[in-house]
Ligand binder design. Structure first.
Ligand code: PLP
Length: 823
């Protein structure tokens, strides 16, 4: 839908210059997601960690002409064709505009909130109702203060139903989302501990969530949940309540019984007095509850829609992951299993594009028919073709009847081929022709693209380390929010990113505007540069033999001694280099590498008499910042450093970045953040001082190869160290000490998690395998096994071994494949 810029200015109450005529249809909040410059309106959002005003000049060069800003910068004066809409609060303006947009529609809108299950309920409803309504809904989990307006903006005249989710992490946020979604039907999924940090109590959070339903006609929730029921009553919302229940026969939706079978569940219920039975293809409690929420919504929205029990049997699980794996022949494989619709295709193509540029590879999209009602196939595939062209895809492989039929809408320059079915593609010679490409696989579930990904994936070991890049970003922002906006951050990606892999991490951090990366040795830095990392990289342990690499890849060394400094200077002079950036390390008590504070005057002398290197930063490292026991010592280190750093800066006569805090330091001494901090272990989800709010980023997992029935009295494994006392079921899993599973975990000292249960490791751990006692579980061959992850924290493993989490993380052997994903 289009708006004249004059109207937008009026709706949001902006001050403006004389406006040039323009119509806008796209709201842009992230400059990296630009695709239609002329019709985009950019909102220069200021967050704790970033400022959108910084990107305006670049966007102007890319032909964006419309900007909502909260300050006028001097450089705006030269942008003659631009329209600036000046407001006090850019985010509020975005929300106001979309609230206005929302008011234009009289269709039913479902608003979903709650701690868990929002996205799943939204997607289930979409699956269950898309034949009866033209639905507009939030893409993925766009449920934040920014995500909600962007989702609701997509509403147009053709839609007959909206489904949006709202998430909050702070008091007073829901008040702002309410007028934007203005749901006519509200759904409250479960209430749990997620995002509890900023609320006084779970009641407060729940009441805040209920605000979303202020103007709703109906509110759907689990009537058996005492907390929710009481709060609905106290918020005077009872007259709108549509509670479903397993105990109250009078409830509009009474759940008579829930019968779990091997891989499906049968739900018997009474809907408005009629008995019905639904079979759903899930057995977990969360999915069952989510389906019941949907049933209640459908019953209210359109009672006839619950008659078709068959569609419940075909519900597809909702996955929100974007996996990145190494493929065959130099390829990189991106597997997006999320529902195949055009919004999620747009997002996935951005990801493809960023990886393509970074790795300098060709980009290929393997796409199935998009199952979506509402849009006619021809205009749908025209849209797809536009996207494919704008995101600079080089090659398209289209699979499905519709794509084949509308093949002609795709551009001339695109290398393309079409197949009727997945089988036809797999049988074709083209399946063998992949070379140095980033491949995005995006298929509706029933096209079974997992069969293609199996063929394109590089085959290795069944033991993998899964790394959640969204969690890394969360942790990064978690620490960033504890710092002043101007404080810079170095992310430590040394030792292969503390074991989680360096490139994907570095790329992710670069995209989130981390200032510096730090690696241990020059080769690690060179590898990152070769893969397209452009932000500054510090090398912590530069070796004299690595100067070549350092200069060639523009890596900035830590300099800790006169011997190293003089060699560096000599080398720059020999090459005619001026002012090469270096980082001076002062030893204030750690007694590892570094200049002594008393050497600073001499250091200044050395530096002032040359021009080859220039000190960019000066730093020191704390030896005991994680424990209050050493706080006096830490204080001494801080004082010593401050004195040395200041005298260095004064002596050199130019500003130098000063930094001393590591993770524990940021947590415990934020007042010492100075100009920059160095974040290590916290990024990887381990708090140095036990604070809450971090997310686990990695999961080491494997599978059960075989289960053996071992009679009582037999021994297990090498050297017969364990005997079973009862008839036992023993699972063999393909992970051994060569993968990084410490041998001290043998014979019951360590555990793994299978089907949610702890199972002891039994016998001695072998090089490539070990044995686990699964007698007390219903574990089956092929089940997945978690060695560490959310279910079994790394810190628990390190405590058992009397070591530190760093060692567990960095011990995972390089032969264990790293698999990255986004949520
Ligand atoms: C590894 C390292 C860090 C990061 O330490 P964490 O405890 O992981 O935060 C910071 N500074 C230096 C010099 C390091 O070597």
């Amino acid at each position: 839908m289009e708006y004249a810029i004059q109207d937008v200015a009026q709706i949001i109450g902006a001050k403006t210059n004389t406006l040039h005529d323009c119509t806008i249809s796209i709201l842009l909040t992230d400059s990296r997601r630009l695709s239609f410059p002329e019709s985009s309106l950019f909102f220069a959002l200021e967050t704790k960690t970033n400022d959108g005003h910084r990107y305006i000049q670049d966007l102007y060069k890319l032909r964006v002409r419309n900007f909502v800003v909260s300050k006028m910068l001097p450089e705006f004066a030269q942008m003659e064709e631009a329209n600036f809409l000046l407001v006090k609060d850019v985010l509020a303006a975005l929300q106001k505009l979309v609230a206005y947009h929302r008011k234009r529609f009289q269709i039913p809108v479902i608003g979903i909130t709650g701690s868990n299950g929002k996205t799943v309920v939204k997607e289930f409803l979409y699956q269950l109702l898309h034949n009866e309504f033209d639905i507009v809904r939030s893409p993925r989990s766009y449920n934040s203060q920014i995500g909600v307006p962007l989702s609701v903006w997509e509403m147009n005249e053709k839609n007959t139903l909206g489904i949006f989710e709202a998430g909050i992490s702070q008091p007073d946020e829901m008040e702002k989302l309410q007028p934007i979604i203005a749901p006519t039907i509200g759904v409250l999924t479960s209430i749990g501990e997620a995002h509890q940090e900023n609320f006084i109590s779970i009641n407060q959070k729940c009441l805040e969530k209920l605000m979303l339903f202020n103007d709703s006609e109906a509110i759907i929730y689990d009537g058996d949940n005492p907390l929710i029921s009481t709060l609905i009553e106290s918020a005077c919302l009872s007259h709108k309540a549509i509670a479903w229940s397993r105990t109250d026969r009078e409830a509009p939706l009474f759940i008579e019984s829930i019968e779990k079978k091997q891989d499906e569940t049968v739900i018997h219920c009474t809907l408005l007095g009629f008995d019905r039975t639904y079979t759903i293809p899930f057995v977990d409690d969360a999915s069952i509850e989510n389906v019941i929420h949907c049933l209640a919504v459908m019953l209210y929205l359109k009672p006839t829609s619950v008659n078709d029990t068959e569609k419940f049997a075909h519900l597809e699980p909702v996955e929100m992951r974007l996996d990145v794996k190494e493929g065959i022949q130099g390829c990189l494989l991106i597997n997006d299993t999320y529902n195949s619709d055009i919004n999620s295709l747009d997002i996935a193509l951005d990801f493809l594009q960023s990886r393509k540029v970074a790795k300098n590879l060709k980009s290929t999209l393997i796409l199935s028919d998009i199952l979506q009602s509402g849009t006619l196939p021809k205009s749908l595939y025209k849209k797809v073709a536009d996207l494919v062209e704008r995101k600079k895809v080089n090659r398209l492989i289209g699979i499905g009847k519709d794509l084949k039929e509308f093949a002609s809408v795709f551009g001339e320059q695109l290398e393309k081929s079409f197949y009727q079915t997945t089988d036809e593609f797999i049988a074709s010679p083209e399946i063998k022709k992949f070379n140095n490409e980033v491949i995005l696989l995006k298929g509706s579930r029933h096209f079974h693209f997992e069969r293609i990904s199996e063929l394109l994936e590089k085959k290795v070991h069944e033991t993998i380390l899964e790394v959640n890049l969204s969690a890394i970003v969360h942790n990064f922002n978690f620490y960033r929010s504890k710092l002043k906006p101007e404080t810079k951050m170095v992310c430590m990606v040394k030792a292969f990113g503390y074991g989680s892999g360096s490139f994907e991490l570095a790329k992710t951090l670069q995209e989130h505007r981390c200032d510096y990366l730090a690696v241990a040795v020059a080769d690690e830095g060179a590898a990152l540069r070769k893969e397209g990392i452009t932000i500054p990289i510090i090398v912590m342990n530069p070796e004299f033999s690595s100067f070549n690499t350092m200069f060639e890849y523009n890596l900035e060394p830590e300099v800790y001694s006169f011997r190293l400094l003089d060699a560096m200077i000599k080398e720059t002079e020999r090459r005619g280099i001026i002012a090469y950036p270096i980082h001076i390390k002062i030893d204030t008590g750690m007694h590892r590498l570094g200049f002594q504070p008393y050497e600073v005057p001499q250091l200044i002398e050395h530096l002032k008499t040359q021009s080859g290197v220039k000190v960019r930063s000066v730093f020191s490292h704390l030896a005991g910042s994680d424990s209050f026991v050493f706080d006096d010592f830490t204080q001494q280190q801080l004082e010593k450093f401050k004195e040395a750093a200041t005298s260095l800066e004064n002596g050199l006569g130019h500003p130098v970045i000063k930094h001393i805090l590591n993770t524990a330091g940021i947590e415990r001494f934020p007042q010492w953040q100075m100009d920059m901090v160095r974040l290590g272990i916290g990024l990887y989800g381990v708090s140095a001082s036990g604070i809450n709010g971090l997310r686990t980023i990695s999961k080491l997992k494997t599978t059960i190869l075989q289960i053996q029935h071992v009679p009582a009295g037999d021994s297990i494994g090498y050297s017969r160290r364990s005997y079973v006392e009862r008839d036992s079921r023993i699972a063999i899993i393909p992970i051994g000490y060569a993968d990084g599973l410490d041998r001290h975990f043998s014979n019951g000292h360590g555990e793994v998690v299978i089907r949610g249960k702890r199972c002891p490791i039994i016998g001695n751990i072998c090089m490539d395998a070990c044995m686990v006692d699964v007698t007390d579980t219903d574990a089956q061959e092929g089940d997945s096994v978690i060695v560490f992850g959310e279910e079994l924290p790394v810190s628990e493993l390190s405590d058992r071994l009397k070591t530190i989490p760093y060692e567990i993380l960095t011990s995972v052997s390089p032969r264990v494949k790293r698999v990255y994903y986004w949520e």
